[in-house]
Design a protein around this ligand. Structure first.
Ligand SMILES: NC(=O)c1ccc[n+]([C@@H]2O[C@H](COP(=O)([O-])OP(=O)(O)OC[C@H]3O[C@@H](n4cnc5c(N)ncnc54)[C@H](O)[C@@H]3O)[C@@H](O)[C@H]2O)c1
Ligand SMILES: [Zn+2]
Length: 350
């Protein structure tokens, strides 16, 4: 069973194994001195796995307090964050106690940010329950909540003490949410692994979850260890995201994040082929794998609309921005362009 060790400002294991949720209590007891744990989940995840997580913690001697909030991105709010902090304080959680974030990226980001800031930081464990959270958000220590002005505008880099990835938990994940995660998985293939890309083509991701998750986490480990605070190489993980965020916002969030990233990846692949960064064959391989996983590759928004939305994106810095451009399957480069050149890339990507 793969365990991937991450060396960052705090070092920790990411354990990927069927059934590992049941080891939570025992693993937690090795990590902290305290014997109280706050279990944080959205209502959908709590209904499926809350009892099992709680039982495991209690069996290891923890006093468990459960914080359940309504599922969905709207819960990554300042209100819910403060409610969670008050809950921790009212229950007298101390610095030697533990927070467990059991859920998708929303729970991980919210719980992680609460752990980063409550009493100036307590330990937390990530138990991702979506494919996206397993391959992306639970690893790397980015935590955040949304502000009315935009997503993830308030947060901290704060690494967990352990990540338990139990692929069995994906059995109850709604298919569209699973497909969203597949967009991120395909992203890793294009970024850094021809082998992953080919295996996704040959065998559905659902039938090789351990391999898929471990391969993605391994790649994320490499970029996070190299660039924990996202000032350089970690930007590679934005493949498909610069245009994808514009597509997502331009659809008024009717398109999901994964669907938008899929469109963004297809667009950047088309533009890359047009400008000679990659071959037409590479472009076609990317587009057809996305299609195979039921993901969209085109948008009906106009290039002008996309440009205007992209300009509002926080990744723009002083008149220029960095695109992640595919060169071949498994190899991408960071390409800095001026904002004035962006329309050209969007046109070429349509
Ligand atoms: N921190 C990072 O590095 C990072 C990276 C990427 C994305 N994110 C963030 O992640 C969030 C999106 O994450 P997400 O797609 O996991 O969303 P999510 O946490 O909202 O989960 C999606 C839906 O699936 C349900 N669900 C989750 N696990 C389930 C399961 N096993 N069975 C049944 N239902 C289940 C949830 O209740 C929710 O309704 C965004 O807020 C995004 O900003 C963070
Ligand atoms: Zn993403």
């Amino acid at each position: 069973m793969p365990t991937i060790h991450i060396t960052a400002s705090r070092s920790y294991d990411v354990e990927i194994a069927h059934g590992c949720l049941s080891t939570l209590g025992q693993r937690a007891a090795q990590l902290v001195k305290g014997r109280a744990a706050a279990l944080v989940s959205d209502n959908a995840v709590a209904a499926h796995y809350g009892d099992q997580a709680r039982a495991s913690l209690e069996a290891a001697g923890f006093l468990v307090m459960t914080y359940v909030f309504p599922h969905g991105e709207q819960s990554k709010s300042g209100d819910n964050y403060l409610r969670l902090l008050n809950f921790l304080a009212e229950n007298r959680l101390t610095r030697t106690d533990l927070l467990v974030a059991l859920g998708g990226g929303v729970t991980g980001d919210l719980g992680g940010f609460a752990a980063a800031t409550y009493l100036r930081g307590i330990r937390y464990i990530q138990i991702p329950t979506t494919l996206l959270a397993m391959v992306d958000s639970s690893v790397g220590g980015k935590t955040a909540i949304d502000l009315p002005a935009g997503k993830n505008l308030c947060g901290a880099f704060y690494q967990p003490s352990l990540v338990l990835c139990d692929p069995d938990l994906l059995a109850t994940l709604p298919e569209p949410v699973f497909r969203d995660g597949c967009a991120e998985v395909i992203k890793y293939g294009v970024l850094g692994s021809r082998e992953l890309f080919d295996r996704l083509r040959e065998t559905p991701a659902r039938q090789q979850l351990e391999y898929v998750i471990a391969t993605c986490v391994d790649m994320k480990r490499d970029v996070v260890e190299d660039d924990e605070f996202d000032t350089g190489r970690r930007q590679l993980l934005n493949l498909g995201h610069t245009l994808g965020h514009a597509v997502e916002a331009g659809s008024h969030f009717q398109l999901s994040h994964g669907q938008s990233v899929a469109v963004g990846m297809a667009m950047i692949a088309r533009a890359a082929a047009k400008f000679g960064f990659c071959t037409e064959e590479t472009r076609d391989e990317i587009v057809s794998l996305l299609t195979k996983y039921g993901l969209p590759t085109e948008t009906d928004q106009s290039p002008e609309e996309l440009y205007q939305t992209a300009l509002g994106d926080k990744k723009r810095k002083g008149g220029s921005l960095t695109l992640v451009v595919p060169q071949e399957i498994g190899k991408c480069l960071l390409h800095r362009i001026s904002v004035e050149d962006l329309p050209k890339w969007i046109e070429a990507g349509m």
